[in-house]
Design a protein around this ligand. Structure first.
Ligand SMILES: Nc1ncnc2c1ncn2[C@@H]1O[C@H](COP(=O)(O)OP(=O)(O)O)[C@@H](O)[C@H]1O
Ligand SMILES: [Mg+2]
Length: 249
């Protein structure tokens, strides 16, 4: 247990089934918590249920049973907008996240939307604050030079960071990432590790990249066939060959 630190995310006995698939559970009785500022790797072979779990946390896939609580808010239909503001998801494929003409347009899209929802879009100064926040985030991720580039013409590594900027600029309480190191060359991968290592936000990262888990995460959750097979210190789980073998990693 993480002791004094308050639980930021609490998942209790979560079961999930995809509609129209005969009711078989893709996740079964999954329970865990993530504390403020904690970095957790969600490990598991292909098909273990990692992406499904991330989608369930955002309410994109409905839980069949169990509960999800984020920053004290219970996930239910009426709390969806609030929950989605507290969680930022970095999609597996950055092309799904970057859909505006330029990097800058993508990065200001979320904040503009939030300002709209808060009824602040027309207020004097809002646009300037958004522009400042976007520049600050691009600079933090060392990609200010990409600001006016066309998103779809960036390299894989650049797209990944632009997508990350577009998520972080909305100031989520917790970052969810789905296979962020997939398709990156070694240099882009190291760069991503360095930048993720600098973040203050808690994160839950679905990956089968054991280096990423070892370098960035204090703790691992290990999913196997939709069940949580292990939850513990990253070094213990990553060094347990027979456990990893058993879970096809
Ligand atoms: N949209 C869907 N409809 C039905 N079954 C799905 C859907 N998406 C994923 N699944 C199934 O759910 C299981 C878990 O998938 P997924 O969460 O994508 O695993 P992972 O991300 O760990 O590779 C797999 O058996 C997969 O075939
Ligand atoms: Mg997946």
């Amino acid at each position: 247990m993480s002791g004094e630190r308050a639980a930021l995310l609490k998942v209790s006995d979560l079961s999930v089934a995809y509609p129209g698939t005969g009711g078989g559970h893709v996740l079964e009785d999954v329970s865990f918590t993530v504390a403020e500022g904690e970095r957790v790797a969600l490990l598991g072979a292909n098909g273990a249920g990692k992406s499904t779990l991330l989608l369930a946390l955002l309410g994109i896939i409905e839980a069949h049973a169990g509960g999800i609580e984020i920053d004290g808010v219970l996930l239910e239909k009426k709390s969806l907008p609030l929950v989605r503001r507290k969680l930022g998801l970095l999609f597996q494929d950055p092309d799904d996240q970057l859909f505006m003409p330029t990097v800058y347009d993508d990065v200001v899209f979320g904040p503009r939307n939030q300002a709209e929802n808060d009824g602040k879009a027309a207020e004097a100064g809002t646009e300037a604050l958004i522009a400042e926040a976007a520049d600050r985030m691009l600079a933090k991720l060392d990609i200010l030079h990409l600001k006016d580039r066309m998103s779809h013409k960036l390299s894989g590594g650049e797209k990944r960071l632009a997508a990350l900027a577009s998520v972080l600029v909305t100031e989520p309480r917790m970052l969810l990432m789905d296979e962020p190191s997939a398709y990156l060359d070694p240099r882009a991968r190291r760069r991503l590790f360095t930048l993720l290592g600098r973040l203050d936000e808690a994160f839950l990262v679905a990956t089968h990249d054991l280096d990423l888990a070892q370098n960035l995460c204090g703790r691992c959750l290990l999913l196997h066939k939709g069940r949580l097979r292990a939850d513990g210190p990253a070094k213990d789980i990553i060094n347990d060959r027979s456990l990893l073998d058993e879970c096809a990693l």
